[in-house]
Write a protein that binds this ligand. Structure first.
Ligand code: ACM
Ligand code: ZN
Length: 757
C-alpha cells in the first residue's frame, strides 16, 4: 500500500502545476487516507492438529475487531471465555467484553451435547464466530483452533504489536480427536525444571490439544515432590552436589544442584492444568530408580553388601520387597500425593529393576519361599500388586511401565505404559490392560534427531519424520476389543542429557506437534509433507512467539568433486557458514551456491530461522578430524569393566568404563612407542559423542622424555564432548597421563581413546 502511495505522489508531482486547487485538496486527502490505511491481516488456516474437516463457504469474510464481544450463556464456559479474552486482548486493540446478551459482532461459546466430549464445531459467519463443543472441553479445543487462526504473536508475552482487525473466511470446521488419551511425559528428576517452566510447558500442551501430562517426579537423581511425613526426601534427596548425599550426575556439577515442588506449588499447577483440560499423572518410580530415596532412607534397601548396577550404572537403588515397613512408608507417600493429584491414574514406574539384590537378600528369598515363588520376577509382581492395593484404597488405578506385566497377573484395569517396543504394547493389550503407547523408538523425544546432534540413541536416531510416522495401533492385527484398549500415544522426554539450558525445548519442539497429530488426527488423514508445510508455513512462527527454543533442522552438507554443497530442510531457512571451523552466527556469510575448496574439513554450516540457529556441522560424508594413531601402551591403577587395551585401538566407539568410582590419586598413563609430533592431544570422557558419565576433576599432562611432565588443561565440560582435557605440546611427546584429583560424577565413568591431531 505504501509503495502505491509513493508511486501516486511521484506521478502527481509531474502534473501538479496543471491541477486545480480543489483537485489538489481532494488528492492530498486521498493520499493521507491511503497512507493511514492498514492492511487487515487474514486468518491462518495451517492448523496443528489438522481439524477433521474445514469447509470454506465463500462470500464476504467475517471480521474480528476491537468491537467484538464474547457471548456465553449462564455459568457455562466462564473459564473458556476469560481464557479466550486474555489471548484476544493480547493480540487486538479491544476489550472483548464477556456478555450474555445478543450482539451482532461476537464470538459465541455454546455447548451442544450431541457432539463428542472433546469435539467442537466452529461456524464462521458474517459478523460472528460460533464455537460449539460437546462439553466445555470441546469448546476449549475450538478456542485453540481459533487462536491458531490469529497472528502468531497472540502467544507472545507482552505483545506490543496489537492489530485492529482480522479477516476470517466464512467456514465450518468440524473436529474431534482420534484418541481420548493424548499424553506427554517429562522427567524432572535427572534435570529439574522449575514451576515456571512447567506452567509454560502445560500451556504448550493445551495449545496442541494434549490432555495428559505424565510428571516423572522421582528417579535416581532427585526426588521432586514434597512429602510432609518424610521431609528428608526433598531436603536431601532433591539435591545433587559434591557435598550432598546424592552425588553429582549428568553434568550437574560440583555445586548444589536440584530443587523440588512444594505441595502448594503442585496444587496450583494441577489446577492450572485442569482448567486447560490437562490431567496430571504423577509418577514415583518404584521399586528401582530409587537412589534418591535410598541415600536419605537407606533402610528401604535389601541388607546386602554386593553392588548391583542398574542399566544406568546406579547401585543400591532398589526397594527391598520383603521389608513390611516399606509398604507403610509408600502408603504414607501415596496418601499425601493422592490428595494433591485428582488423576485417576497414579504411575508407580516399575521399569528397569535389577533384581539381583533380591536374589541375595535373605529376607526376599524367604518371602519367595513362603509364597511358593520360583522366579525372582514374581517378587516384582508381588511388590506391584501391593501397590495396586494401596492405590485402590485411595481411589486410584495403577499405571506402570511395561515391565509390570511380567511375573504374574495384575488387576485388569491397571494401565500399562508400553515403551520398550510396539510388541510390548501388543502383549499388554492381549493381557487385557488399557495401554498407553509411548514406544521409545518413536516417542522418546530425548533420542538424537540426527547422527551428529546431541541426545541418547539407545532407541535409535529419531527424526521428526520417524516420530510422525508412529501409529499407536499400527498393523498388529488387533481384535476390536484389543484395539479399544489402546488408549493413545504419549511422547516422552527423559532428562539425562538436558542439563544444558534450553535443551528440553530443543528435544520436545517441534516433535510435540507431531505427537499432537498422532493423538488427534485419523491415521488416514495424516500426511508428513502436509504437516511440514504447516510447520514451516505457520507453526514455527508460533513456537517462536511462545518463546520455545525449538530445534532448527541442520543443513545437509556433502563434499563431492571438490565442491561443498549445503541444503536446508525448507526454503524459509537461511544457511550460513564459516571457513575457520567455528560455529556460524547470524552475521556469518550466507551460503548461496556450492563452494569450491580443497579443504572441506575447515568449513561449518548452520541453518537459521530468524535468529535461531541449528547445530553447526561440516560435510557429513568426510572425516572432519584426522586423528593420528601411533602405537601406544596404556596402564592404570583403576579397574575397568572392559579390556584396557580398548583405549589404544583408536576406535572411539570402543571405550572403557571404570569398575568403581574414581577419585584423587587415580591415573591413566599412555606411552607412545616412538615420540609423537602433534599439535594437540586430548581425552574426552564419558560415552563417545554423549556428554554423560565423564570425569569431572583432573587434568592431562604430557612428557617429552617419559619422566618429566608438563601440565595441560583441566577437565572442562563441553556439551558435545562431555568433560574433556587437552594439551598442546611443542615437541614430540613420549607419554601422556590423565591425573584425577577429586570426586567424580556417577559411580562409574567412561574413558575414551586419545585424540591426537
Ligand atoms: C523407561 O524408559 N525406562 C521407561
Ligand atoms: Zn530384600
Amino acid at each position: 500500500m505504501k509503495l502505491l502511495v509513493f508511486i501516486l505522489i511521484i506521478a502527481l508531482l509531474f502534473r501538479w502545476e496543471k491541477l486545480s486547487t480543489a483537485r489538489k485538496f481532494i488528492l492530498i486527502f486521498i493520499i493521507i487516507l491511503l497512507w493511514s490505511y492498514k492492511n487487515v491481516p487474514t486468518a491462518n488456516l495451517d492448523i496443528v492438529p489438522k481439524p477433521q474437516t474445514m469447509e470454506l463457504v465463500g462470500g464476504r469474510d467475517c471480521r474480528i475487531n476491537s468491537k467484538t464481544v464474547i457471548e456465553v450463556k449462564d455459568s457455562v464456559n466462564q473459564f473458556n471465555a476469560k481464557y479466550l479474552q486474555s489471548y484476544l486482548r493480547n493480540e487486538f486493540e479491544g476489550d472483548f467484553k464477556i456478555v450474555d446478551e445478543k450482539d451482532k459482532n461476537k464470538i459465541e461459546l455454546l455447548i451442544d451435547e450431541n457432539l463428542a466430549e472433546e469435539g467442537y464445531i466452529i461456524d464462521v459467519m458474517r459478523g460472528c464466530v460460533r464455537i460449539e463443543g460437546g462439553t466445555e472441553k470441546g469448546v476449549f479445543y475450538g478456542i485453540q483452533t481459533l487462536l491458531q487462526m490469529l497472528p502468531a504473536d497472540v502467544y507472545k508475552k507482552d505483545n506490543d504489536k496489537r492489530i485492529r482487525a482480522l479477516r476470517v473466511p466464512k467456514m465450518t470446521i468440524e473436529d474431534s480427536p482420534r484418541f481420548a488419551y493424548r499424553g506427554m511425559h517429562l522427567d524432572v528428576s535427572r534435570t529439574f525444571f522449575d514451576a515456571e517452566y512447567i506452567y509454560k510447558f502445560i500451556d504448550a500442551l493445551a495449545y496442541y490439544k494434549i490432555n495428559n501430562f505424565h510428571w516423572h517426579l522421582t528417579d535416581d537423581q532427585g526426588w521432586r515432590v514434597e512429602i510432609k511425613k518424610y521431609p528428608k526426601l526433598t531436603e536431601m534427596g532433591a539435591w545433587r552436589g559434591a557435598y550432598e548425599v546424592l552425588k553429582p550426575a549428568y553434568a550437574s556439577g560440583m555445586e548444589r544442584n536440584g530443587g523440588y515442588y512444594t505441595q502448594e506449588e503442585i496444587k496450583s499447577i494441577v489446577k492450572y492444568a485442569a482448567d486447560r483440560n490437562i490431567n496430571i499423572i504423577p509418577e514415583i518410580d518404584l521399586p528401582g530408580h530409587s537412589k534418591a530415596v535410598a541415600v536419605t532412607y537407606p533402610e528401604i534397601l535389601c541388607d546386602i553388601d554386593a553392588k548391583h548396577y542398574s542399566v544406568q550404572w546406579e547401585s543400591n537403588n532398589v526397594w527391598c520387597v520383603e521389608r513390611e515397613e516399606n509398604y507403610a512408608m509408600l502408603e504414607d507417600i501415596i496418601a499425601e500425593m493422592a490428595e494433591l493429584f485428582p488423576s485417576k491414574i497414579f504411575h508407580i514406574g516399575g521399569d528397569e529393576v535389577n533384581m539381583d539384590s533380591w536374589k541375595e537378600c535373605p529376607k526376599c528369598q524367604a518371602l519367595m519361599k513362603e509364597k511358593g515363588m520360583t522366579e525372582v520376577v514374581e517378587l516384582q509382581n508381588y511388590f506391584v500388586r501391593r501397590l495396586e492395593n494401596i492405590l485402590s484404597k485411595y481411589g486410584k488405578t495403577m499405571g506402570g511401565w511395561d515391565e509390570i506385566i511380567d511375573g504374574g497377573a495384575l488387576r485388569p484395569e491397571t494401565v500399562v505404559y508400553a515403551w520398550a517396543s510396539p510388541e510390548r504394547g501388543i502383549e499388554s493389550v492381549r493381557q487385557g490392560h488399557p495401554t498407553v503407547m509411548q514406544i521409545a523408538q518413536y516417542m522418546y523425544f530425548d533420542m538424537k534427531q540426527s547422527k551428529d546432534e546431541r541426545g541418547l540413541q539407545w532407541a535409535g536416531v529419531t527424526s521428526l519424520e520417524k516420530a510422525y510416522s508412529f501409529d499407536p495401533i499400527g498393523n498388529f492385527d488387533l481384535t476390536e476389543e484389543e484395539t479399544k484398549l489402546v488408549m493413545g500415544p504419549q511422547g516422552g522426554c527423559w532428562a539425562e542429557c538436558l542439563q544444558v539450558k534450553d535443551y528440553v525445548d530443543y528435544q520436545v519442539f517441534p516433535k510435540l506437534l507431531a505427537l499432537s497429530e498422532i493423538g488427534w488426527c485419523e491415521q488416514g488423514e495424516r500426511d508428513y509433507e502436509d504437516f511440514q508445510r504447516r510447520l514451516y508455513g505457520a507453526q514455527y512462527a508460533r513456537l517462536y512467539a511462545m518463546d520455545f527454543k525449538f530445534r532448527v533442522a541442520p543443513p545437509e552438507v556433502v563434499y563431492q568433486d571438490g565442491l561443498l554443497m549445503a541444503k536446508a530442510d525448507n526454503d524459509i531457512l537461511t544457511i550460513r557458514y564459516t571457513e575457520d571451523g567455528a560455529a556460524p552466527t547470524i552475521k556469518s556469510e550466507k551460503y548461496r551456491k556450492p563452494i569450491k575448496t580443497q579443504e572441506p574439513e575447515k568449513y561449518r554450516f548452520a541453518t537459521f530461522y530468524k535468529d535461531r540457529s541449528s547445530i553447526a556441522r561440516g560435510a557429513q560424508n568426510i572425516e572432519l578430524h584426522h586423528y593420528l594413531k601411533p602405537s601406544t601402551t596404556v596402564e592404570s591403577n583403576i579397574p575397568f569393566f572392559e579390556d584396557i587395551n580398548r583405549l589404544v585401538d583408536y576406535d572411539l566407539n570402543t571405550y572403557c568404563f571404570t569398575a568403581r568410582e574414581v577419585g584423587d590419586g587415580d591415573y591413566i598413563k599412555f606411552t607412545f612407542a616412538e615420540p609423537v609430533e602433534c599439535q594437540s592431544i586430548g581425552m574426552c570422557t564419558g560415552y563417545y559423542n554423549l556428554a554423560v558419565y565423564g570425569i569431572m576433576n583432573g587434568y592431562i599432562e604430557y612428557s617429552y622424555d617419559g619422566e618429566n611432565y608438563h601440565r595441560g588443561e583441566r577437565f572442562v565440560y563441553d556439551i558435545f564432548d562431555g568433560y574433556r582435557a587437552y594439551c598442546h605440546p611443542e615437541k614430540p611427546v613420549k607419554s601422556v597421563r590423565i591425573v584425577i584429583d577429586g570426586i567424580s560424577e556417577h559411580e562409574v565413568n567412561g574413558v575414551q581413546d586419545l585424540r591426537i591431531e
